[in-house]
Ligand binder design. Structure first.
Ligand code: HAM
Length: 387
């Protein structure tokens, strides 16, 4: 007889078990997410966790594809990936029914996503992410709306404007800047990746990496990047990309959204973004990771045999979002489902108690019946414990 090895009760590294208390908090968060986006008219969609790996290879970006995906061969020798993000899946769905769908589409979903990351505060291997996307609108009203949805989500949880900051940049402006510095496509791509890593490496390492790409004009480039207004002014007031950015900022300002900052260093890791990009950060330094990330991606449908559809949207993850709510004391005490608890003095009353409970349920009251046959005092203690 072989000796059985006992299994560990720990969950797989970087994923979470949701005991009822955690699930209740998760449901509370999803509930307000859903209510908020539905108040703007967004409709819910979903897709499978499994996708063919090639979906991510062209436009998601090297880091995510080479280092962060869970990819394996299925029994039919097909390469399959657990979705690391929702955007390529929703782009696929839109492309597949391009001629049947009534644009503009306002769509949302709350998928669980898998990324092979080093688990740390704000970053796990499985997280849930609300995705909010608008398809079919080219003008800046779409960008402004999507950003205002993100803002509304936070204020609907009771957050104030000084609790968070919305950082915004334009891929178009940055690409024009790269051209001014004589960078070709390959160098531009490399520099974007270096800038994307800027906060994870120290200053001198960043400057060295930038120098290898830009050369002697590196310091001038950095000074310009750090002087936001001067950078925009250097393009002149008639520059289309600058006008677009200013237009979005003005629209948000008119809607009373003031905590928005232009940040030319905001890159976003994905290659599919073509225009404005933005992220939302907690102003509390304890939660350094972004809460929301998104932007405009007008060319992603090119990877399918489909016509272009201008698209803009964002994702907000449950991990950093819950940290944010905890830090700012915005999580309410979450009640258990039962509103009434019927104690049973003798075991022969349990059936009657169940019949009574059912009557109450039919009137919309949540009822739990004690079937333990314990002493009344103990039953009441249990009822109290359950709130
Ligand atoms: P992302 O910036 O990779 O964007 O993710 C959006 C948000 O999801 C992040 O700000 C963060 O809150 C959360 N998140 C991402 N990775 C993790 C992780 N490993 N653990 C915990 N939370 C995480 C996207 O995924 C884009 N596809 C969003 C988008 C939608 N762009 C346009 N439409």
């Amino acid at each position: 007889m072989t000796e059985e090895t006992k299994l560990s009760t720990e969950s797989y590294k970087g994923v979470r078990d949701f005991y009822p208390e955690d699930q209740a908090i998760q449901n509370y968060i999803f509930g307000i997410w859903r209510k908020t986006v539905e108040s703007f008219g967004y409709e819910e969609y979903n897709s499978s966790i499994l996708e063919p790996s090639e979906l991510y290879k062209q436009k998601s970006g090297e880091e995510i594809v080479n280092e962060q995906t869970y990819t394996f061969k299925d029994r039919g020798d097909r390469e399959v990936t657990l979705r690391p993000e929702m955007t390529p899946s929703v782009a696929r769905m839109v492309a597949a029914k391009q001629h049947e769908l009534a644009f503009p589409l306002r769509w949302f979903s709350i998928p669980n996503l898998f990324r092979y990351e080093k688990p740390q505060k704000g970053r796990l291997r499985e997280h849930w992410q609300l995705n909010v996307d608008m398809f079919g609108v080219k003008n800046t009203s779409a960008d402004a709306e999507v950003i205002s949805v993100a803002h509304k989500i936070l204020t609907n949880f009771g957050a104030k404007e000084d609790d968070f900051v919305i950082k915004i940049n334009s891929r178009k402006i940055i690409n024009e800047l790269y051209k001014q510095y004589g960078l070709d496509e390959e160098k531009s791509y490399k520099l974007s990746k270096v800038i994307d890593k800027k906060d994870k490496i120290d200053k001198s390492a960043f400057e060295m990496a930038a120098f290898e790409i830009i050369g002697e004009k590196t310091q001038e480039f950095i000074r310009l990047m750090e002087a936001n207004d001067r950078l925009l002014a250097s393009f002149g007031p008639e520059n289309e990309s600058v006008k677009e950015l200013v237009d979005v900022l003005e629209k948000l300002d008119k809607q009373g959204i003031q905590n928005v900052e232009f940040d030319p260093y905001l890159m976003r890791g994905f290659d599919y973004y073509t225009g404005l990009v933005f992220e939302v950060f907690d102003t509390n330094e304890d939660n350094k990771r972004s809460l929301f990330g998104g932007g405009r991606y007008d060319d992603l449908l090119d990877i399918f045999d489909a016509e272009k559809v201008p698209s803009v949207g964002f994702g907000v993850g449950d991990v950093t979002f819950r940290d944010f709510l905890t830090t700012h004391k915005l999580l309410p005490e979450i009640k258990r489902p039962a509103e009434v608890y019927i104690c049973t003095v003798k075991s022969e009353y349990i059936t009657d108690a169940s019949i009574l409970a059912d009557k109450l349920r039919s009137q919309g009251v949540n009822v739990e019946v004690d079937i333990t046959d314990k002493k009344l005092g103990d039953q009441m203690k249990l009822a109290n414990k359950k709130g």
